[in-house]
Design a protein around this ligand. Sequence first.
Ligand SMILES: [Zn+2]
Ligand SMILES: [Zn+2]
Length: 386
Amino acid sequence: MQSDMQTQVSQSQAAQSQATQSPVPQSPAPQSRTPQPKTMKAAVYKENGTITLEDRPVPRLKDPQDAIIKVTLTTICSSDIHIKNGAVPRAVPGTILGHEFVGIVEQTGEEVRRFKPGDRVAVNVETFCGECYFCKRGYVNNCTHEHGGWALGCRIDGGQAGYVRVPFADNGLTRIPGEVTDEAALFTGDILSTGYWGASLAEIKPADTVAVIGAGPTGLCTLMCARLYGPGMIIAIDTSDERLELAKDQGLADVGLNPLKQDVEQEIRKLTFGRGADAVLEVAGGRDTFQMAWKIARPNAVVCVVALYEEPQILPLPDMYGKNLVFKTGGVDASCCEEIMKLIKAGKLDTSCLITHRAKLENIMEAYDVFENKRDHVIKYAIEVT
Ligand SMILES: [Zn+2]
Ligand SMILES: [Zn+2]
């Protein structure tokens, strides 16, 4: 199943790059929608590891393949907290944060073909050229262009702001169908893409037992994407009973295990005839979760490490010798947003249970505090930009 998925990605990428190369009538350029204000509010990552809400100039088109997006709904991701904590060395201080948002196309550069001002769009966490060696194979995280990979809200200004400039707009935007709300589409470009990509790497087969470590926002997305492959049993592992209950209540997991209360390795053996899980997805990035991931896997399983760790991890090869595991590691190749949007429209991916909090951009600093400190049972914020 995984190789089929990869083929689909390559074909869709090839089609996409062909689309960019094919001759099309010249459009009068650039196109824009409404007069824009000169300044906007934006959440900015500062040199000293803090985040502040500032007034910034509204971005302008720089490149013919750019689009300016008027952000309508944005959110805070745990990666923003990793940036704040200095765990993302490539993050550039002074950059506007935000890599998970939806909006309306405000203005397009003269080479943008697939979108026009007024289109509602979800924005991909990654910007990618669509033409380099990696892009043509669907590995857009490693796009070799200077703005390729995770740039938005990390190395170039992102979407916790009134407006954002999106490079390679034809590749990085996904049209939102009329029936799909902004909230339903909000996670398309980042955490849903991550869950979808992780599940596709895990080589899940019908009747498999899949274990997902971490039932936070990305973990919940991973659980719902693993379900698409029709496994026999999905086990969610988290230190929060509340999140485990949510995963079970929403039908995303069949079993919930809490390592603070149970011996997870032993419980999984009991559930799998002593063998261990057929596929393990490590989405937590906690202190012991990498060790748990390989220990709960059965011999010859795929262990997919999606988590972003803040510290190095130890791979104890002597202990795992003979277990013959296959390790696959992340950052997401977010090249399946069209498929994800179709699954949202069809009701097969529904992230409404993730949005526990709503706020306005003016109050984003308060939202950061609640999100970072996991207060008030928060899972995800939907932050409205007006
Ligand atoms: Zn993120
Ligand atoms: Zn590329």
